[in-house]
Design a binder for this molecule. Sequence first.
Ligand SMILES: Cc1ncc(COP(=O)(O)O)c(C=O)c1O
Length: 395
Amino acid sequence: MDSKYNFDRIINRRNTNSSKWDTLAAKYGRDDLIHLGVADMDFESPEPIIQAFNKVVNHKIFGYTDLNEGFYKSIQTWIKKNTDVSIPRDWIVFCPRINIGSGICVDSLTSPNAKVLINSPSYSPLKQAVVKNNRSLIEVPLIIKNGKFTMDFDYMESVIDKDTEMFILTNPDNPTGRVWSKDELERLAKLCKKHNLILFSDEIHSDILADGVDHYSTLKLGQETHERLIYANSPAKTFNIPGIIISYMIIPNKELREKVEKSIDSIGMHNPNIFSVAAIEAAYNECDEWLIGVRDYIDENEKFVRVYFKENMNDFIVMPREGTYLLWIDYKALNINEDELLNWFINEVGVETYMGSNFGRFGLGYIRINIATSRKLLEQALSKMKNAYHLIKRK
Ligand SMILES: Cc1ncc(COP(=O)(O)O)c(C=O)c1O
């Protein structure tokens, strides 16, 4: 572990109005569960971000703020460093959350009868962005080839018709942890061009990569793809600041960009909150070392969890993780249904994880575990599972 950062420390997050540690406790009627569900980290954010916030707080005036030069510059620098693509300032569109941006894009860029494709299993709010805006959601089940999830291009071709207008991608993929290869992305881009689909690419997990894995951004796919690309990202996952509510889109095509900007304007979404710009400047300019440290720690957590399951509960099969701090785990060998497994987790183990159906019907047979937490807490959670394993094995 990098000695400079103490990711081992268990920080009590109960009674902080945390979606992960408090809201779900209320849902299950008990406050002693270990929570490995909601995708935020149990680590303190990097010091430069804390200092930037302290500066805002110590000034003691919380007036309206605007997007400044630093906001745009920080994003341009970060994108250049990570993708080697230079982004003109006017391609960057501020949006408080990707979950808001995805809905706005579906609503403003597709027609009322449009069909929108998404790989499945998939992060539920992206699907809801389609359903809640009254478009038809077409789920494209991922297939497993050589032990890895892959996109099913044949299936895509078979379901795309004249009403299909958008493809929503997550890269890295939540929940499967895949980081799509250049080849896969080029194939997807080709398909989008052939059928004139807008490509909405949510790359929020792209900074959290497993050791040795490179991320290939859709921004690198060149001008033909830029014509139809909405790229969405945020420092929220990377630096553990999702509560700040800050994201951005990069929209190279002027016509698409203006439609999205108009829609954002029409709902009065004008100013970022006062911590947003401070956060993005500190995160993207001063926190590289912390990011290396946290990635290493997550890699070690993954190794630990993988070995633990193999040695003690081998009916849980951990799928390969290329990116994200989430592990997607196959429990089909247990031959039980999701309700039974949930009951076991909550009432016999005392650990909360996400059940696969949260990611749609193609998620059934899997659970998702968030490993961005102290190793000691993971140890406690796994040991609780191990102690109760015989209760689920017998079924
Ligand atoms: C793939 C993906 N997109 C978006 C989000 C949420 O982003 P935001 O907080 O900016 O809405 C998450 C959070 O888990 C996510 O996993």
